[in-house]
Design a protein around this ligand. Structure first.
Ligand SMILES: [Zn+2]
Length: 123
């Protein structure tokens, strides 16, 4: 992935859904975010559990995830629009079958205990 210096809206696909503590009916399976300057740095923060409440919970639960899609020159407005649709799977290339999720063998740390399982990020 090229280092982005422009603002980017990005879609993260969780390889296992996360139970949403704020919404008992809801399971989160995606995260849509906005990176002002440096997407790679933003994703690295998510990987260690920073930058958003959801991604913190994802990291704490040891759920692997992938960057499914980016919108270059994205804006906060686009981020809001995408979030408001509530159906991230509709524009997720992995859910739509347009992009292969990472093969099981690539999910490093599959057999380590849950609490020490690293969150995966595929470049
Ligand atoms: Zn998806």
């Amino acid at each position: 992935m090229k280092k982005s210096t422009t603002s980017t809206v990005y879609l993260i696909h969780l390889l296992r859904p996360l139970g949403n503590p704020n919404n008992r009916r809801g399971m989160a399976s995606h995260y849509i975010g906005f990176a002002e300057h440096d997407l790679a740095a933003r994703l690295e923060r998510h990987r260690v559990g920073n930058g958003s409440r959801l991604m913190h919970a994802v990291a704490a639960a040891g759920i692997p995830w992938v960057l499914a899609r980016t919108w270059e020159e994205g804006s906060r407005e686009l981020e809001r629009k995408l979030k408001s649709r509530k159906q991230a799977s509709a524009f997720c290339p992995i859910c739509r079958g347009e992009q292969e999720p990472p093969a099981g063998g690539r999910v490093i740390g599959k057999r380590v205990p849950m609490d020490s399982r690293p969150v995966q990020f595929y470049r």
